[in-house]
Structures are given as structure tokens and as C-alpha cells.
Design a protein around this ligand. Structure first.
Ligand SMILES: Cc1cc2nc3c(=O)[nH]c(=O)nc-3n(C[C@H](O)[C@H](O)[C@H](O)COP(=O)(O)OP(=O)(O)OC[C@H]3O[C@@H](n4cnc5c(N)ncnc54)[C@H](O)[C@@H]3O)c2cc1C
Length: 403
């Protein structure tokens, strides 16, 4: 495993850091307070080639490796979780899933404009009665002639009001349970599609999250992703990529907690010395530093496996679970270090604490990852190569077929 970043990756980190410092940090307090999702940020990310970092150039992306996507997520979440979440669903859950499972025609039609940032993608799996228990979903898709008739509702969908394309999941045959779920590409402009934002969230208040509704949507047959009945498998493979971006983002959240806390440790004095000189405060700083370094190792190991085209469900789950828990703890400690001042929005740490909770819930809750890791260790769960893997990196130029 290579622990060195290339010059290109170092430049990428610098670019995203400068972007975050200049175009997110000065405004994020206001966007968070007013629950405003700033869509211009996505346009700017597109201009910088950051809406398709690890998508091959032949599909409009920047052609960089999977750990470059981790770098982007780390640096964006140092600014705010909302924009990293946007990249997670757009690139991790949607574009990478199209890259892995899409037909050439689907890649040309949907992946290419998404990778260029001309269109935004999102991912609809969760329903009011189906979160961790995906198979409890109620959405249905019935084939009638050349169309699937899609009915149902999804909730807690990031970018619900913003995205142009959604990968969504519905039963084509409920009697087959998991094996009866299929995946579809749905466009916002299709008749029968509507969305509604959820307001009053604890965190990621500068993000757009909400419900999407399918009322007799006529989805063309060619928008079936994979084969009928492969939806559950596709959803789980999408989560391998989404979780990777969430874990990387958590590293950025810890960095932000460390930066704010270190600065405050030097500013604030009690009992005649900087609070950074008190050992119990040092313990919190040390835990943040350890959490950051351990999380990064787990994230970059998962990224390296992706680069090699290997299945990484186990490693990605571990990275996501641990990094998000470390970030949640780091944010709690950052507020503690700031004392009462950490309890107001005069300092950013209260936002970090609020933001750090959702990643412990979405893309597999802490409990689901705990159970997964125990099952792997006990030999109850084992990963086999999928029939469709992410392409290994460096990407090969493939001849584009017209079919
Ligand atoms: C801000 C935000 C953005 C989101 N974005 C998206 C998105 O873009 N697309 C999307 O599809 N979804 C999205 N989600 C939804 C998210 O993925 C779900 O909330 C998550 O999967 C958990 O489902 P649930 O909320 O229904 O909780 P439940 O599954 O009902 O779980 C409730 C509690 O029970 C525990 N539990 C459940 N089953 C078990 C078990 N077997 N063993 C032990 N404990 C268990 C859970 O860990 C949790 O503590 C988002 C959520 C949030 C908060």
C-alpha cells in the first residue's frame, strides 16, 4: 500500500482547501442558520472538475483515482457536512453506481453530464417504513409495454429538490423479497415525480434533504439499471462507495474540530495558564488526533482496494463506522473544550456537533456496521466478487460502442 500522495493529489487537496476557505467558510454560519442550500457551490465544484473526480475522462470526469475522491470529501467536510453529503450522493451513490452497473447508453445519457456537473444525481433507497431494513420497502414498479409504472415514496433523500436524476429502488416482484427489488434511473422531469424538503433537522441544515414521491411515473424500460431483481445487490454496492465518501468526510470533520479546539486552547486561560496545558484537555486533543490518523488509514486502505478493483465491503464498513464515531466524539469534545462558548453559534463547534450525528445514522447506522463487523469476524458473513465491479484505476480507455 502506498502512503504517499501524488503531486496531483497534493494540488487537489490545496485547491479544495482554498475553495472551502474562500467560498464556504465565510457564509456557512448564515446558510446553516437559515437552512439554505447554496446550489452555486455545486456549480463551482463542477467548474473545478470536482463533480466527477474519479469518473473516467471518457465519461466527462477528471479520471483521478478513488483516494482523490476521499481527499475532496475530507476537505469539503472540513467546511461543512452539507457539501460533502452532496458529493457523496452525487458521485458516491449515483455516478459510481452508473459507472459500475450502467449500460453504455445509460452512461452516455446520465453519467457523462453528471460527471461534468451539468446535471446532479441523487439516490433514493430509504422509505418511511424502510431504513436499515431495506426489504421492507413498499415502492413498486410494474412493467407495462415499454415502461415500468413506478409508485411509492422515499424519505430522507439528500438533494431531493436539487437533483436532476435519481437512482431509486422498487419491487418488481414482492414475492421474491430481496431478489424482487429492481433499480431505476428516474428524472425529475418525468410526469408524476415530486419532492418536498424536510425542515427542522438537527444538523446538515445547510443541506437539502427530504421526500420524493412517485405517482404513476412512466419509466422507460431502458432506465432499468442492471437486471430485474438485482436492485438489492446494486444498492449494497452503491453503499460501498457512498460509505467510503462518508468516512473520508468524517476525517475532515475531525480536522475542523482539531483546528478550532487547538486555536481555543491557546486563547483561553484558566488557573493562570492556557487550557491546552491542562492534561484532561490534552486528552481530548490527543483522542481527536488519534481518531483522525486511524480513520485516514482505514479510508485510504479502502480506497486502495477500490483502485485495485477488489471488493471492499468489509473494509469500507469498518472505515465508515469508526471514522463517523471518531468524528462524533471529536465534535462532542470540541464543544467541551470551548466550555459555554462552544454551546453557542459564536464558534463553529456547535455546528460540528449537530452535523456529526447524521453520518452515524445514514449509509448504515452505527449498530448495522457493528453487527456487520461482528458477523465478518465470526465467519457468518463473507464477501464474494460481484459480477460488476468498479473499474480498477488507472482507468483503461475503452472503445465506446454505439449500442
Ligand atoms: C441527513 C440524512 C440524509 C440522508 N440521505 C439519504 C439519501 O440520500 N438516500 C437514502 O436512501 N437515505 C438517506 N438517509 C436515510 C438513512 O440512510 C436512514 O435514516 C438509515 O438507513 C437508517 O434508517 P432509519 O432512519 O429508518 O432507522 P431504522 O432502520 O428504523 O433504525 C432505528 C434504530 O434501530 C437500530 N437498528 C435497526 N435495525 C437493527 C439491527 N438489525 N440491529 C441493531 N440495531 C438495529 C438502528 O441502528 C437505529 O438505532 C438520510 C438520512 C439522514 C439523517
Amino acid at each position: 500500500m502506498n502512503f504517499n500522495f501524488s503531486e496531483e493529489q497534493e494540488l487537489l487537496r490545496k485547491t479544495v482547501r482554498q475553495f472551502t476557505d474562500k467560498e464556504i467558510m465565510p457564509y456557512i454560519g448564515e446558510w446553516d442558520a437559515t437552512q439554505h442550500f447554496e446550489t452555486n457551490i455545486l456549480k463551482r465544484l463542477a467548474e473545478l472538475g470536482l463533480m466527477g473526480v474519479c469518473i473516467p475522462e471518457q465519461y466527462g470526469g477528471s479520471g483521478m483515482d478513488y483516494n482523490s475522491l476521499a481527499i475532496v470529501c475530507e476537505e469539503l467536510e472540513r467546511g461543512d457536512t452539507a457539501f460533502r453529503t452532496a458529493v457523496s450522493v452525487h458521485t458516491g451513490l449515483n455516478s459510481m453506481t452508473l459507472m459500475q452497473w450502467g449500460t453504455e447508453q445509460q452512461k452516455q445519457k446520465y453519467l457523462t453530464p453528471q460527471a461534468k456537473g451539468e446535471k446532479v444525481g441523487a439516490f433514493g433507497l430509504t422509505e418511511p417504513g424502510a431504513g436499515s431494513d431495506v426489504a421492507a420497502m413498499n415502492s413498486t414498479a410494474k412493467l407495462e409495454g415499454d415502461y415500468y409504472i413506478l409508485n411509492g415514496q422515499k424519505t430522507w433523500i439528500s438533494l431531493c429538490d436539487v437533483a436532476d436524476h435519481f437512482i431509486v429502488f422498487a419491487y418488481t416482484d414482492k414475492t421474491k423479497k430481496h431478489h424482487g427489488i429492481s433499480a431505476f434511473i428516474v428524472e425529475r422531469t418525468m410526469e408524476g415525480f415530486s419532492s418536498k424538503a424536510i425542515k427542522g433537522k438537527l444538523g446538515i441544515r445547510a443541506g437539502n434533504t427530504g421526500e420524493i414521491f412517485f405517482d404513476q411515473i412512466k419509466v422507460p424500460k431502458e432506465n432499468l439499471l442492471g437486471q430485474e431483481g438485482e436492485g438489492f445487490k446494486i444498492a449494497m454496492s452503491a453503499l460501498d462507495n457512498g460509505r467510503f465518501t462518508v468516512a473520508a468526510g468524517a476525517c475532515g470533520q475531525i480536522m475542523a474540530c482539531l483546528e478550532a479546539s487547538i486555536q481555543y486552547c491557546h486563547e483561553r486561560k484558566t488557573f493562570g495558564k492556557e487550557i491546552g496545558k491542562h492534561q484532561l484537555v490534552q486528552q481530548m486533543i490527543a483522542k481527536m488526533e488519534a481518531g483522525l490518523q486511524m480513520s485516514r488509514l482505514l479510508v485510504y486502505r479502502a480506497g486502495e482496494l477500490k483502485n485495485q478493483g477488489k471488493r471492499n465491503t468489509r473494509e469500507t464498513s469498518l472505515a465508515k463506522w469508526q471514522a463517523c464515531d471518531f468524528a462524533n466524539q471529536a465534535a462532542d469534545d470540541a464543544v467541551q473544550i470551548h466550555g459555554a462558548y462552544g454551546y453557542s453559534n459564536e464558534y463553529p463547534v456547535e455546528r460540528y456537533l449537530r452535523n456529526s450525528k447524521a453520518p452515524v445514522i445514514y449509509e448504515g447506522t452505527r449498530e448495522i456496521h457493528t453487527v456487520m463487523q461482528a458477523e465478518y469476524a465470526l465467519g457468518y458473513r463473507e464477501d464474494k466478487p460481484l459480477n460488476n465491479m468498479l473499474p480498477s484505476w488507472p482507468f483503461e480507455e475503452k472503445t465506446v460502442s454505439s449500442h
